[in-house]
Design a protein around this ligand. Structure first.
Ligand SMILES: [Zn+2]
Length: 281
């Protein structure tokens, strides 16, 4: 059984602050270890339940956070910036029909606009006020589950803080296995489990998830992704490469399927950063 693991960083054990999220920040190097520890715990749990192959896709910031030295020998790592030319699906990649039997989302966070949410945002915090997929406000977890679902891959387990887990429970329903590794006190403060206790929580959730199985998230076409920007000039920049302006600050991307719509939206957002953000290099 082959497992695709998408790893973000905001929801990793111990992470609470922007400093943890970018190279040069205080304790960023430690946070990379915490994230890798969470990923490894999910691999251990899945292994114990019969999974055998793992592709770990680094999906945060520069997308070069996970420590290769700490991954087990049988895991592969997808790493490198999400420039649309090379990673058109942003955090994901290397997907094809029947390429994996299941997916985990490790270290995920609540969507943009979540009141009091820990480091809450969707894709590009400095640009995006809200993203909707077929009218429904979408988190990165929901968008990625829809992409994976297009390829027939179910998301079986996710980990993060309690605010993320509550939101994922609402979005995904009762079947998703959730590993809560910290409690959110506000946008930059948490009560976190120790690394060791979090490893146990994630390992157990991953094993249960593999044993239980689940169904892919299928969003029926036509697909519409609407991105609301914080400011009009941000929308204007994104609109240079596509999208239909709607309302005051929105762009609408219509796609024949979810992959088409996501690729358009990601191209627009990446363009609006002017590709000079440090995490795009
Ligand atoms: Zn992130």
């Amino acid at each position: 059984m082959r497992i695709f693991i998408s790893a973000d960083m905001e929801g990793a054990t111990g992470v609470c602050h922007r400093d943890h999220l970018m190279a040069g920040g205080q304790d960023y190097e430690k946070a990379r270890h915490w994230l890798t520890s969470d990923v490894n715990a999910s691999i251990e749990g899945a292994l114990s339940a019969g999974a055998s192959e793992f592709l770990v896709a680094d999906g945060h910031g520069t997308m070069r956070n996970i420590l290769l030295d700490e991954l087990p020998t049988y895991a592969r790592l997808l790493t490198g910036p999400a420039q649309p030319r090379q990673r058109p699906l942003c955090q994901l990649g290397a997907l094809a029909p029947d390429s994996f039997e299941a997916a985990f989302l490790i270290g995920y966070h609540a969507r943009a606009g979540t009141p009091g949410g820990l480091l809450a945002h969707t894709w590009v915090g400095m640009l995006v006020h809200e993203i909707r997929l077929n009218g429904r406000p979408a988190s990165e977890a929901w968008l990625n589950a829809a992409i994976l679902g297009h390829y027939g891959i179910p998301v079986l387990m996710a980990s993060g803080a309690d605010d993320f887990c509550r939101q994922a429970r609402e979005d995904f329903g009762p079947d998703l296995e959730l590993a809560e590794v910290k409690k959110t006190l506000g946008p930059t403060a948490v009560v976190t489990l120790s690394l060791e206790e979090a490893q146990g929580v994630i390992r157990d959730a991953a094993a249960r998830a593999i044993e239980k199985g689940g169904r892919p998230l299928v969003i029926e076409p036509p697909i519409e992704i609407e991105v609301d920007f914080h400011r009009d000039e941000m929308r204007a920049m994104a609109a240079e490469v596509g999208g239909e302006p709607v309302d005051r600050r929105g762009l609408r991307y219509t796609g024949g399927d979810v992959i088409d719509a996501v690729e358009q939206a990601w191209r627009g957002l990446a363009h609006a950063t002017r590709e000079d953000s440090i995490w795009m290099k």
